[in-house]
Write a protein that binds this ligand. Structure first.
Ligand code: FAD
Length: 318
């Protein structure tokens, strides 16, 4: 079923969903099950699986020259989606990125997803590779998520790049995209960022999942701004609890977001590792309760493999 159909069927109730990362270096699928097994009692209708582009590493050879090697840190998105659907009977939403894909690669990936009965995708551009400095698309790949949305939408209309593909085999993907309550870091201002987001919706995207945020007012303002420019699709808040001290620096740096002073203080003042974890959990519970009371369509939790933390939050909120 499509993600947007779940929202419609929920009739104003706030759903719950989770996001998992493929295991590091292709490790055991059991890590995914260990994260999700304790969370399935909360009945998420869909689970997202992130996609990770290959990275380059540079090793110095005895000659003094650097050797460039491509490594896949977290392969397996599509297989994990299939395994999740098989084990739990819920929908899986693979993230699909522009980076590393030619348009033909994208078409092939979407045909595979269609055959697996996966009819939801989160369409993203992806970040720059570590040493690239800025996002570099594949030759004949997409430079922006909107181009990926357009390609998926074309396939939904039976228009394939490969003229040999049976036109009757058209797909019917529900397309999610990313949104940034605190603006995407490359955008000069929020209005421009929103205009590009609106363009993705006009190109065929069906719903938005937001970057994590820790101040609900940022989400409420974002939704208001979206509505004001005619973005009327569901906007799902993405939530991540802070559980460790180093995240107070790491999360703003990596995700280009702000942390409220009160949250920083409550984590800093908490006693010990467990005290800090509980302070972060409590903040996330309060955030979740307020978003739920305000009628958010779904609360989407970035699990980062930490089932205990997410479970404690879900128990308090659902
Ligand atoms: P875009 O919509 O292409 O936007 C990128 C930037 O370009 C923005 O600043 C935008 O304002 C600007 N822009 C857009 N269109 C144009 C245009 N036509 N001309 C000029 N500028 C334009 N990354 C992964 O690699 N794998 C994942 O699984 C993953 N999952 C994510 C899930 C969520 C919910 C979120 C919020 C992010 C996720 N990301 C993931 C990170 C995402 O790939 C990065 O944030 C990336 O930098 C931007 O992706 P996007 O789809 O928003 O890009």
């Amino acid at each position: 079923m499509k993600v947007t159909d779940y929202f419609e069927k929920a009739n104003g109730q706030t759903l719950i969903s989770f996001e998992v990362l493929p295991p590091l270096k292709g490790g055991s699928m059991q890590a995914i099950f260990d994260t999700l097994d304790p969370l399935m009692e909360f009945k998420p209708p869909f689970i997202d699986v992130t996609y990770h582009r290959e990275e380059f590493i540079y090793k110095m050879r005895p000659s003094g020259y650097y050797e460039k090697t491509a490594i896949r840190k977290r392969p397996g998105t599509v297989g994990i989606c299939a395994a999740i659907m098989h084990r739990y009977g819920v929908d899986a939403v693979p993230h699909l990125i522009c980076g590393g894909f030619t348009q033909e690669d994208t078409e092939n990936a979407l045909i595979d997803l269609n055959f697996l009965n996966i009819n939801n995708v989160l369409a993203l551009r992806g970040d720059a590779r570590k040493f690239d400095g800025r996002f570099v698309p594949e030759e004949n790949g997409h430079a922006y998520a909107i181009d990926l949305v357009r390609q998926i939408e074309h396939m939904n209309q039976g228009k394939y790049l490969d003229a040999n593909i049976d036109k009757g085999a058209s797909t019917d993907f529900c397309i999610g995209i990313a949104g940034y309550p605190e603006k995407h870091f490359e955008s000069p201002n929020i209005d421009m960022d929103l205009a590009f987001t609106k363009a993705k919706i006009d190109a065929g995207a069906d719903y938005i999942v937001t970057q994590m945020f820790f101040d609900n007012q940022k989400y409420f303002d974002y939704v208001e701004r979206c509505r004001a420019i005619g973005i009327n699709v569901p906007i799902v808040p993405g939530l991540k609890p802070i559980t460790k001290l180093y995240q107070l620096n790491a999360l703003p740096r990596i995700f280009h977001i702000d942390l409220p002073d009160a949250l920083v203080k409550s984590i800093q003042d908490a006693k010990g590792t467990e005290g800090r974890r509980q302070a972060g959990i409590e903040w996330c519970i309060q955030q979740s309760k307020e978003l739920k009371a305000a009628g958010a369509p779904c609360l989407h939790y970035y699990t980062m493999g930490d089932a205990d933390t997410i479970r404690q939050i879900a128990e308090a909120v659902y």
